[in-house]
Design a protein around this ligand. Structure first.
Ligand code: MRU
Length: 345
């Protein structure tokens, strides 16, 4: 499966809003279409958003007409702004913009800048592929033979655009090592990334799983059915506080209450040390219509008020470990994150 594919001047994206019913691809050379795809969650999941952003900027770089470096950079800055406004929480989007901004700095001609953007987008994709494979391998050590793992949202190939994933990557790697693993997958209201996407990926991987609604997690944690909880991250602050799909915080509290380890799996591109704590992580507020409708069908009376924060922040005190491509970080996270990032540089 290739959810994100560069076709040399064109970007092919698996439209995740049509899954699991249709495997439909968006094939575009227009960067505006890539921004719309990110906004509409056709491509979603923090690392996948970052990779699509890098390729989207490379497409824009091919389109920009400029006589000199100054004019090219001026137009490119406007493109960066448009991508930055697509979704606020996943820091991978801003990481990708930064990489692309750095890429053109040392180049002096328009063709050289175009070339640098194309090369850097491919490098971001390749590095994320390696990072996800490495973190999946590290994380698989936390999943013992016979474990039942609870997960939330979708964190596999679809969410990362590469061969492995984050939380789901760990599960896949553990299964590949021959461990017998089973999964409880939260459906993940309001947009059902769990039931539409995680269930689709787990079925293809032939990993046994049980789909549950989000509000059933406490029941199964309390009954002792779950050995560990593993989720991904959209942004990890310097102290380890982690923003992830709405509902993650409740899961972490329930896990702690029931003495079940709660793990975060994320590449270092999801870490934002410019933020001291999770309190400063911007939380995307999406349309209330996503709560008022289920797959396009009204599920509340007309005129009802609804809220729709797309992410929440789990305080570091609930997290037993953060799994990255550089290894597993245990509390206290501030020092562990710092030293892992130094090693990554
Ligand atoms: O709104 P989404 O579907 O983009 O949210 C995705 C998540 O919350 C994932 O858990 C997160 O990006 C980490 S997965 C690689």
């Amino acid at each position: 499966m290739r959810p994100i594919e560069w076709l040399g001047g064109r970007l092919k994206l698996l439209n995740q809003t049509e899954l699991p019913h249709k495997e439909q691809y968006l094939d575009t050379s227009n960067y505006r279409q890539v921004i719309i795809a990110i906004k509409q969650l056709k491509v979603r999941g923090a690392p996948a958003i970052g990779i699509a952003t890098a390729y989207g900027i490379a497409l824009a770089g091919l389109e920009i007409k400029a006589a000199d470096k100054a004019s090219y950079i001026k137009q490119l800055d406007l493109i960066f702004k448009q991508f930055a406004a697509a979704r606020p929480t996943a820091v991978n989007l801003f990481y990708a913009i930064d990489r692309m901004r750095q890429a053109v700095k040392s180049k002096n001609t328009v063709p050289a800048m175009r070339e640098a953007l194309l090369k850097t987008a491919a490098t971001v994709h390749r590095q994320e592929d390696r990072a996800m494979a490495a973190l999946s391998k590290h994380g698989a050590a936390l999943i013992e033979d016979g474990f039942t793992v609870l997960t939330h949202c979708n964190t596999g190939q679809l969410a990362t655009g590469v061969r492995y994933g984050t939380a789901l990557g760990m599960i896949k790697a553990a299964a590949e090592q021959g461990k017998s693993i089973s999964v409880y997958a939260d459906e993940t209201r309001p947009l059902l990334q769990g039931s539409r996407l995680t269930a689709w990926e787990l079925s293809r991987l032939h990993i046994p799983f049980t789909l549950i609604t989000d509000n059933m997690a406490g029941y199964f944690l309390n009954k002792g059915n779950i050995d560990c909880v593993v989720v991904g991250a959209d942004r990890i602050a310097a102290n380890g506080d982690t923003a992830n799909k709405i509902g993650t915080y409740s899961l972490a509290v329930l896990a702690k209450e029931n003495h079940v380890p709660f793990y975060i799996a994320a590449p270092t591109s999801s870490i934002d040390v410019s933020l001291k704590s999770g309190a400063s992580i911007p939380i995307e507020q999406r349309s209330p219509q996503e709560v008022l409708k289920l797959q396009g069908v009204d599920i509340a009376p007309r005129g009802v008020h609804a809220a729709n924060p797309s992410f929440d922040v789990t305080p570091a005190k609930y997290i037993a470990a953060i799994v990255t491509e550089k290894g597993i970080i245990r509390p206290p996270f501030k020092a562990g994150i710092q030293s892992i990032l130094e090693e990554a540089r």
